[in-house]
Design a protein around this ligand. Structure first.
Ligand code: DGP
Length: 114
């Protein structure tokens, strides 16, 4: 699979405001924030879409959620609440084909999202 912009962030070929990193995942502030707090959690392993996640990658996806939880707590948005979103394919608004968990918080979230 050809590299995406997120692959370049992982390799530090382009800059990002990195919030968290471990062996498996990376988190950084979204360049186009849709809430006062909006960051992305990505796996270091390139997976194009949610449709491509394999059963053996379930733990990796769980680590993405745990990283989101940790950062949300560190940022002080966990108790008020935050939203996790993974857009899958163009019809859902996916523009970068390296899976990513949007974490949005710091304001009330409406539902349905539209
Ligand atoms: P999606 O539309 O679900 O594929 O979300 C892609 C998100 O990635 C979007 O909210 C904007 C963000 N994004 C795109 N390019 C960059 C970048 O170069 N740096 C950062 N930090 N975020 C980016």
């Amino acid at each position: 699979m050809s590299d995406t912009i997120f692959g370049k962030i992982i390799k530090r070929e382009i800059p990002a405001d990195i919030l968290y990193e471990d062996d498996d995942v990376l988190a950084f502030t979204d360049v186009s924030p849709q809430a006062p707090e909006h960051f992305l959690v990505i796996p270091k392993q390139a997976i194009a879409t949610v449709n491509d996640i394999q059963p053996e990658q379930a733990e990796l996806v769980g680590k993405m959620v745990l990283a989101a939880q940790k950062i949300a707590k560190d940022k002080g948005i966990a108790d008020d609440g935050y939203r996790l979103v993974m857009n899958c394919n163009e019809g859902a608004g996916q523009t970068v084909f390296h899976i990513h968990l949007h974490v949005l918080g710091g304001r009330p979230m409406t539902w349905p999202p539209g």
